[in-house]
Structure formats: structure tokens, C-alpha cells
Ligand binder design. Structure first.
Ligand SMILES: [Zn+2]
Length: 172
């Protein structure tokens, strides 16, 4: 697969799979310079032919919500992402509904606008990105969440200790 071309996308590397659909995900480089993760069937049948620059139907690619969604995908699926090891590397993934061509639209429908000063937070820091486990939270709530999880699950190893930081998202 690596190096194969689908429209404007060139496949870079394997990026995991969606268990429920038995679908493989591939990290692709778009001609415009953006990267995206795409499920194989959607590449094969031509549903996905660019990072989204070809079909900017939601018209929100510069919105903070879109950036949140975009960096969430990178954290979970792009091994080159700085914080991948705290997310994808620990098995944190994104629900089906928030992936694929309708992924952002569904994410936005579920999460709504990001209130000022808040960022996406997973209620259970060991849980996935999915509607029931995500909320817009202030850094204060996120650090409380982090502390609670630390108190509930004492770190057994440096790795476990690092894992407790996953409730905090990267600022952008
Ligand atoms: Zn593009």
C-alpha cells in the first residue's frame, strides 16, 4: 500500500484499524501538504481523494473545532505526532462516528461549538474519543480529572505515570 496513490493522496504508512468494521486505516499525504488518515475501502472506491481540500463542504477547516478534531486524529493515528505515544500508542482511539468522510460533521454535531477557554477533555482518561466520554472543559477541570485518576490508580511504573497526563490536550 505504501506509496500508492488515490487521487491527491499518497499512502505513507499503516495507521491502525477500526475493529468493528475490520477496516485498515492508512496515513496519507495530500498534494496540498496536509495529511489525513483514511479507511482503505473509502480510498479504493474513490470516496476519499484528498485531505478534504477538494470538498470543503463543512466550510470550517479553520475553525477551532476542526483543529481540535484534526489534532485528535493525529494524536491517535499518526505515529509521527509528538504526543502519539500518550494516545494512539496507548490504544486510545476515536469512535467510528467521528472518523471517515462524515467524521468532522458528526464530531461537530455531537460536541457543538467550543466555549472560549475550553478544550476537549476525555472524562475517563483511559477511555476513547467518543460522544459519551468527551466534553469541552477548562484546564482546571482537566487537571482535577488528571489528579483524580492519579489518586485512583497509583502509578505502578513511569509509563503508567505518564499515562495519567492524557487528559490534557495540546494547546493550539
Ligand atoms: Zn489537501
Amino acid at each position: 500500500m505504501t506509496g500508492k496513490r488515490f487521487g491527491r493522496l499518497r499512502v505513507l504508512t499503516y495507521a491502525g484499524r477500526i475493529r468493528e468494521r475490520r477496516t485498515l486505516l492508512w496515513l496519507c499525504q495530500c498534494d496540498c501538504g496536509e495529511r489525513r488518515v483514511a479507511p482503505y475501502p473509502e480510498l479504493r472506491n474513490g470516496q476519499v481523494t484528498s485531505c478534504g481540500c477538494r470538498h470543503k463542504t463543512h466550510g470550517q477547516s479553520n475553525s477551532v473545532e476542526y483543529q481540535t478534531w484534526y489534532s485528535m486524529r493525529n494524536r491517535c493515528f499518526d505515529p509521527k505526532c509528538r504526543s502519539y505515544k500518550f494516545y494512539g500508542g496507548r490504544g486510545i482511539t476515536i469512535c467510528d462516528r467521528w472518523l471517515g468522510p462524515k467524521g468532522f460533521v458528526n464530531f461537530f454535531a455531537d460536541m457543538g461549538r467550543r466555549p472560549k477557554g475550553k478544550s476537549i477533555d476525555r472524562i475517563n482518561v483511559n477511555g476513547n474519543y467518543e460522544p459519551g466520554n468527551c466534553r469541552w472543559a477548562t484546564n482546571h477541570i482537566q487537571s482535577l480529572n488528571k489528579r483524580n485518576s492519579k489518586a485512583n490508580k497509583p502509578a505502578a511504573s513511569p509509563q503508567a505515570d505518564i499515562a495519567n497526563f492524557t487528559g490534557v490536550e495540546e494547546p493550539f
